[in-house]
Design a protein around this ligand. Structure first.
Ligand code: THU
Length: 133
């Protein structure tokens, strides 16, 4: 398994592939899976803004499309170019809840290069996870 610093390096690398001509706000994400694989993603924008995919969902859906499921995800690192720690948007938080355990580490980066380690449940308390009534 790799360190959070190494995972963040992969997120920073993925950021270089961001397609963000509208916002000019590049984001990269790297997800570590149980088998040691890392899958990265970048934000991919669209002239119809709602068709944009955030970096987190780009990585998450790539992994899900390869068969990875809840419990297979060990951690996610998210990299941007913001001064403060860049957190995932709320749509991505809900998307992560579908595939990640509440205790899964989420690593955020700030402009000083510091890494903040949270758990998904810190970002999404009392999350919506079931349709049972
Ligand atoms: N974005 C991400 O990719 N991840 C985040 O956590 C925040 C926002 C993207 C979406 C859009 O392309 C740009 O950043 C500005 O919102």
């Amino acid at each position: 398994m790799i360190t959070k610093e190494a995972l963040m390096e992969q997120a920073k690398e993925a950021l270089k592939h961001a397609y963000c001509p509208y916002s000019k706000f590049p984001v990269g994400a790297a997800i570590l899976y149980r088998d040691g694989r890392v899958i990265t993603g970048a934000n991919i924008e669209n002239v119809s803004f709602g068709a944009t995919s955030c970096a987190e969902r780009s990585a998450l859906f790539a992994g899900a499309s390869m068969g990875y499921r809840k419990g297979d995800l060990m951690a996610i690192a998210i990299a941007g170019k913001t001064e403060d720690f860049l957190p995932p948007c709320n749509i991505c938080r809900q998307a992560l809840v579908e595939f990640c355990l509440p205790t899964m580490p989420v690593y955020l980066l700030n402009g000083l290069g510091e890494i903040l380690s949270l758990e998904l449940q810190d970002l999404v308390p009392y999350s919506f996870t079931s349709l049972s009534m």
